[in-house]
Design a binder for this molecule. Structure first.
Ligand code: MN
Ligand code: MN
Length: 316
């Protein structure tokens, strides 16, 4: 008997909950090495137990899921795309004293508060994971509209991260997510990845170079390597978080892809039980609400000032 086909809602909720599972599981191992994780957890880290450098309660999530939720709330409040509202949502999040916040995110949000500017100046040290990790709500509300997806993705990314590799990584992961949400296959994803690798060979991931820092190149390589090797949400996330490094962010991103691919039904029941109830409820409500926003998504508010021209940054 074949399983019933997954609906868009199954895939979208799978992506959002899968993302949070990777964050909640991976937070325990963030900044540890694979050897340290293997020495601490017999058989590998497989259950959401909290702890880690943030001393989280089991089931709590970190900046990755919280920034997605803030961005999603801004989309729902605007019932469309309003970059000022997105920036204001990030300000509100930063003022809520989150457990952690990345360096470039803090600097970008502070710049917006002090200067009102919606676009970070291009910078060599803006190639961290901050923009990449919070783009799932944009992927959900621009389904089937490649131009709008790219515009909203780059605008939200440039609030804090302005670097060609961050842009390329954020666009690629979003394109893969949308391909899967719309029922595309793993081979469709492979084709999409090949196109990006032709332009940005730095992202080549086979063989896996073995780096797990918060640099977008390391993260994209780790996430793609695991995603194409496994065939379930659990195996994708467990593999990635046990590699250590930026384990919560890479775990969240592979959870996003695997959840979109295999659906919410494939998320282990024990993880769903372990995830913080309030967060799970917000993710469920936001997923349904984001999917019901009008398409095409209305553009609201003043457009962002055109960004300063890109200096020549190293992408080769
Ligand atoms: Mn985090
Ligand atoms: Mn992280």
């Amino acid at each position: 008997m074949t399983a019933p086909a997954l609906t868009l809602h199954d895939r979208a909720l799978g992506a959002y909950l899968g993302f949070a599972m990777g964050d909640a599981l991976g937070a325990t191992a963030e900044f540890m090495t694979a050897g340290e994780i293997a020495g601490t957890y017999k058989g590998g880290l497989r259950n959401i137990v909290g702890g880690g450098w943030l001393h989280l309660k089991p089931g709590k999530v970190t900046d990755d899921t919280q920034m997605c939720l803030a961005l999603g709330d801004a989309l729902l409040a605007a019932r469309g795309w309003d970059l000022h509202m997105v920036a204001d949502a990030f300000v509100g999040w930063m003022r809520s004293k989150p457990p952690d916040i990345g360096h470039a995110c803090r600097r970008g949000i502070r710049r917006y508060v002090l200067e009102g500017s919606l676009c970070a100046p291009p910078s060599e040290d803006n190639a961290g994971n901050g923009a990449l990790m919070r783009n799932l709500p944009v992927s959900l509300v621009t389904l089937g509209d490649a131009a709008l997806f790219a515009r909203c993705t780059l605008e939200q990314a440039h609030l804090t991260h302005h670097h060609p590799l961050s842009d390329a990584a954020t666009l690629l992961l979003g394109q893969l997510t949308q391909t899967l949400l719309l029922g595309g296959s793993i081979s469709d994803c492979r084709r999409c990845v090949s196109e990006t690798l032709a332009l940005y060979p730095k992202f080549r991931f086979e063989p896996w170079p073995g780096n797990t820092s918060g640099y977008v190149v390391d993260t994209v390589q780790t996430v793609l390597h695991a995603f194409f090797r496994h065939d379930s949400v659990e195996s994708c996330i467990v593999d990635v978080v046990n590699r250590g490094g930026d384990a919560d962010t890479a775990g969240a991103l592979v959870g996003q892809l695997a959840g979109a691919c295999y659906g919410v039904q494939d998320i282990p029941a024990r993880w769903l039980k372990q995830l913080d109830r309030g967060i799970a409820e917000r993710l469920r409500r936001q997923t349904a609400a984001l999917l019901s926003l009008p398409a095409p998504l209305p553009l609201r508010g003043r457009p962002a000032a055109p960004p300063p021209p890109d200096p020549v940054l190293s992408v080769a």
